[in-house]
Design a protein around this ligand. Sequence first.
Ligand code: IPD
Ligand code: CA
Ligand code: CA
Length: 257
Amino acid sequence: MINKLIDMVKDAGVIFKEGYNSKKYIEFKGKKDLVTQYDKNIEKFLIEQFSSTFKDFNIIAEESDNSKIKFKDSIIIDPIDGTTNFVNKVPHCAISIGVYIEKKPYIGIVYNPVLNELYRAEAGGGAYLNDILLEVSDDDNFQTSLISTGFPYTSATNSDDLNWVIKNLKKILPKCQDIRRLGSASIDLCMVANGVYEGYYEINLKPWDVGAGMLILQEAGGKVTNAYNKPYDMFNDRCIVASNGKIHDKLISYLKD
Ligand code: IPD
Ligand code: CA
Ligand code: CA
């Protein structure tokens, strides 16, 4: 299944790359939440491909009405993760595809067509960036750890969410090497998998932001939980905490403070 998926995702990447260099028509789903014709076109293309080939799976996709879809044997699509980057031509954006069987992660693909970087993992089969096997970093010192985060769109309208972001930046920034906010949750998880970041945290993500990246990180030896160190439920939990495993408890202790 993974090779067929990769072929389809690479075909979708042609639309992505063409869109990256073209004029975008932008609509606002919320004050900060953008969508372009390319988000819709890529999603439509992938749904057509997946539904005709993988008939045993239903599809959960960001720009679609998912209200009647029951998560079980599912393919989860984010057609462009990092739309703000895509619109502004920051080359940090990707197509994210997570495949689940009986609600368990089976395949994850995160493809950045602009940089030609394809992250992939199969449950039990390790994780790769193009053909390079991925492994998390072995730094166990929080002070030298590079941490990544994101700012939820809701922080524009919800003061609790904005305060959560500020409060945790204030706590974590002095205690680590530095903090990055590159704007694509799926790639952030892959960069922890690749040993670039030691840790990553964010609130208010959706299954399509993390459905692929979580498996890629776990297959590279990393850890993903909620803020209470329990398995992260991508449909219900507010905060995701991801790491190389070695700084996980420290990161959680600062987030819980
Ligand atoms: C967003 C990105 C971003 C994260 C946002 C997500 P989108 O996805 O992953 O890094 O901070 O919370 O919604 O809207 O570009 O698909
Ligand atoms: Ca996303
Ligand atoms: Ca998206």
